[in-house]
Design a protein around this ligand. Sequence first.
Ligand SMILES: *Cc1c(COP(=O)(O)O)cnc(C)c1O
Length: 226
Amino acid sequence: MPDDRLRNVMQRILNAADAAKRPVPALLAVSKTQPAEAVAALAAAGQQAFGENYVQEAAAKRAALTAVHPALEWHLIGHLQSNKAALAAETFDWVQSIDRPSVVDALARHRSTGRGPLNVLIQVNVEGEAGKAGCRPEDLDALAARVAAQPRLALRGLMSIPVPYPDPEQRRPAFRRMRALLEDLATRHRGVDTLSMGMSDDFPVAIAEGATLVRIGTALFGPRTS
Ligand SMILES: *Cc1c(COP(=O)(O)O)cnc(C)c1O
């Protein structure tokens, strides 16, 4: 049952925060590849925020669900192609996968003035993994300044997907480094309050290192089939 899974995940989040004496992070339910009905079931159980990897898939689900669940919050967590920026600026409340100047400019250009600013997280390739999405730590300051200069965007913080070492403990140094980057960024930019890290198999470690938002798919929806 979706509400059993939701209760179980929320309890594990509470336990991890309690054990580490950290504030309880927000839960983003990662609904990529899941049908709109699965999102609706979790929304009916009280979950508000959903994460998607593909712009068109998210736009279709949002359209299907908006009549019954108008207040859901949609986050893009997958790579954003520049030619999808217009639809992304319209579909999402948050974009967590900002990693280069061209998408900053495109999202700002397309965010309608009829809505609030688009919340933005910069994705950091904190371990410098070859071929992986995310900006290099040394490029973060310039990219953050570019976001902050756009009135249609609100710089809220950072997102990271660490190297998926089999033992979540091995991911701890990357989480810790992200925390340091966030704290540094927050000294220079007002409104920076979000550190998005931790997935189904490593969220307790991410919470212990200061995640304020965890992105969880499998533990909420079961294994993805497609
Ligand atoms: C799929 C995905 C998740 C969720 O992963 P699970 O292991 O299913 O919890 C989180 N973040 C990103 C960026 C993803 O692509």
